[in-house]
Write a protein that binds this ligand. Structure first.
Ligand SMILES: Cc1cc2nc3c(=O)[nH]c(=O)nc-3n(C[C@H](O)[C@H](O)[C@H](O)COP(=O)(O)OP(=O)(O)OC[C@H]3O[C@@H](n4cnc5c(N)ncnc54)[C@H](O)[C@@H]3O)c2cc1C
Length: 396
């Protein structure tokens, strides 16, 4: 009987797992002893990290998208659209249903369906929603707003945690400062404020660096402001603690949650995320404990940082564990919490060189002191090109 691996979600993490397994098991697949199938609701992979740069016209849509077919090994069965959009997951019966009502069975399941913005979780937010977090179209809308900033109070608000890449709104704010200062040259007419839902912005050294840089660049930072509601008429934010902030232009990172279908399938914990062992990434949640089900990427436990860097390391560990499981060698490869968060503190412009850094850390090993550099900016910009052929293909 053919052994079956089923991967839900052909975004970053799911694609890496599919490609690593397809390489390792090319002979088993050719002999029809093993089948790898990946499902996704769309056929276009978007590197969401690029959304942060769209408002400043630093990437084009073509640079940050690829047809999924071009990214996934031809040894893998791919189903996108109605045959790929998951509508129910039944761990007990090892069965996944999709929109077309087709059903897939599996021996090994990988759940990598990312997370999504939950706009309605904040009353009033939909009435004044400007965000670069949700789609290409929304990122371009923010581009138009940014281009037209003439003055006044611009507020970048992060509603709650966790969100994917919590560093993205931080670097967006730095890039906006830099854009207004060096490109539009009207920074003195703008009061720029970052509103943050908790006290620290990332681990201690990250917090230290960004706090110092925000102060130097005259960016106001308001912490401990979990967003409760938005009043679009009064142009006012209210926090869960009752504090208020006024704005002229609001750019928001909405609350996020795991895909509704997984919540409806009874897989999410009380916080709305999928529980897993933080080291093996095997499913441990309200639906039971399943060693043959791996959870990775943005939909994983609330306290595992949701970044592409983390998703990549998780995908490598899960791929290796699936290889171990399929060979039956009883070896376990741990995910040690490897993750990271790129930071940018200055754009490249006619009068500046650009400054960035990719801070990395893992469980129990926080980032060491760092500063942003021109090389960091260059590398981070370059990463968006190597992402497709090196990272997504699981070459490291
Ligand atoms: C604005 C922004 C900036 C970011 N910047 C960075 C950065 O600089 N560095 C960094 O490391 N990370 C960054 N990230 C985070 C990074 O993009 C994510 O952590 C990463 O994409 C997570 O990978 P994933 O595979 O878990 O999810 P995704 O890549 O989102 O893939 C999930 C896939 O599941 C599919 N799916 C969803 N529901 C269904 C369904 N019902 N049926 C079938 N398929 C489904 C989706 O279509 C998608 O293809 C950023 C994110 C955002 C939003």
């Amino acid at each position: 009987m053919k052994e079956k691996v089923l991967i839900l979600g052909a975004g970053y993490a799911g694609s890496v797992v599919a490609n690593v397994l397809a390489r390792e098991f090319r002979n088993k697949i050719a002999r029809e002893e093993l089948e790898i199938t990946i499902l996704d609701k769309t056929d276009l992979n978007i590197n969401q990290g690029g959304f942060t740069f769209i408002p400043f016209e630093l990437y084009t849509p073509e640079e940050i998208t690829r047809p999924r077919k071009k990214l996934i090994s031809p040894r893998v069965n791919t189903f996108f659209g109605k045959d790929g959009e998951v509508t129910a997951v039944d761990l007990k019966n090892k069965e996944v249903t999709v929109k077309s009502d087709k059903k897939y069975t599996y021996d090994h399941l990988v759940i990598a369906m990312g997370c999504r913005a939950d706009i309605n979780a904040v009353p009033g937010l939909a009435d004044d929603l400007n965000t670069f977090y949700t789609s290409m179209e929304d990122a371009f809308k923010v581009r138009d707003l940014v281009k037209n900033i003439k003055g006044g109070k611009v507020v970048v608000s992060v509603a709650s945690m966790p969100v994917p890449c919590p560093g993205a709104p931080v670097k967006f704010t730095f890039m906006l400062d830099s854009y207004l200062r060096n490109v539009k040259k009207n920074r003195d007419d703008v009061q720029l404020t970052l509103v943050w839902p908790m006290e620290p912005i990332g681990p201690p050294e990250f917090n230290k660096l960004v706090t110092g840089q925000f102060k130097q660049k005259n960016v106001e930072v308001i912490r401990n402001f979990p967003l409760a509601s938005v009043d679009a008429n009064k142009k006012e934010l209210t926090s869960k603690n009752g504090a208020t902030i006024n704005y002229d232009l609001l750019i928001t990172v909405p609350p996020h949650k795991a895909p509704q279908v997984l919540i409806d399938s009874g897989l999410a914990d009380e916080k709305g995320w999928l529980s897993a062992d933080k080291v093996t990434l095997q499913y441990r949640g309200p639906a039971g404990n399943y060693d043959n089900v791996y959870v990775l990427g943005d939909l994983g436990p609330a306290d595992i940082l949701k970044t592409g860097i983390g998703a990549h390391y998780q995908a490598i560990a899960v791929s290796q564990n699936l290889i171990n499981d399929i060979y039956g060698n009883k070896i376990k490869t741990p995910y040690r919490g490897e993750t990271g968060c790129p930071i940018v503190t200055e754009l490249e412009s006619p009068s500046t060189q650009g400054r960035g850094y990719i801070a990395t850390w893992k469980y129990g090993v926080p980032p060491a002191p760092f500063t942003t550099t021109k090389m960091g900016w260059f590398f981070y910009r370059m990463y968006y090109h190597i992402h497709w052929d090196i990272s997504v293909k699981g070459m490291f």
